[in-house]
Design a protein around this ligand. Structure first.
Ligand code: MG
Length: 240
């Protein structure tokens, strides 16, 4: 998992450095796929899905502004002022890694900047709770508390997850919940913790392409994710 997760971190650093006005989303996706394969990995999202007629077509999810997650890179061009969430999964040697970050395209509004900062902070609040003996919803409530204190909302319909020999494993890791509930965390559990945070309502809907998840009020959303290993004292972040 360290190997697949290192590739995830490399891709996010590489692609993130290319985010600027005028860049095609598709260019970023191609760059990511070439990098993943050059490192002996396989893009985990490409060809993923339950509906065989509509498998996910690309290596990256690129979700712009009101798109929360699962946006498909296509012919569109990134524009000054947008926030763009980039999510990538990699499989190597039978083990998976998963990570995401939201980047500002050029200069964004103060509100969007604050949304991105609070979302990233909430991820680390959650990770700080991913230690032996805590409950899974201790992670969830730490994320929720930080986000709601800042006046933003956490998405309910999509959640983080265990990860390992499959991209998505038990347990689900919601970004909301009551402390002291959910399964007890054990040392060595691998978790993908991923706050999805909306400026306005927490409500989301899936678009006509069957993938792209958007906020129902059209307000921007941000997404940060790390794959971590539960530790005795603290979690080890693998996608860094
Ligand atoms: Mg994930």
């Amino acid at each position: 998992m360290r190997e697949s997760c290192r590739i995830v971190a490399e891709v996010l650093a590489l692609v993130g450095s290319r985010v600027k006005p005028g860049v095609f989303a598709k260019e970023l996706d191609e760059l990511a796929e070439v990098w993943i394969r050059s490192r002996g990995g396989v893009p985990a999202f490409k060809g993923y899905g339950h509906d065989k007629k509509n498998l996910f077509p690309s290596s990256l999810c690129i979700s712009v502004d009101d798109e929360v997650v699962h946006g498909i890179p296509d012919g569109r061009v990134l524009e000054e002022g947008q926030v763009v969430s980039i999510d990538v999964g990699v499989e190597k040697g039978g083990y998976f890694g998963d990570g995401a970050r939201t980047f500002a395209v050029g200069n964004t509004s103060e509100q969007k900047g604050r949304l991105v900062r609070v979302t990233e902070e909430s991820l680390y609040k959650g990770i700080a709770m991913a230690r032996l003996g805590n409950h899974v919803h201790d992670v969830s409530s730490a994320v929720q508390e930080h986000v709601e204190a800042a006046g933003f909302s956490v998405v309910r319909d999509l959640v983080g997850h265990g990860i390992g020999k499959k991209l998505h494993e038990e347990p689900p890791i919601p970004n909301f919940g009551a402390p002291g509930t959910g399964i007890v965390l054990k040392e060595g559990m691998a978790l993908a913790i991923e706050p999805m945070v909306n400026t306005g309502t927490y409500k989301v809907q899936v678009g006509a392409d069957g993938w792209t998840v958007r906020t129902t009020d059209g307000e921007p959303s941000a997404h940060f994710e790390h794959t971590v290993i539960v530790g005795k004292e603290e979690a080890e972040i693998l996608t860094t």
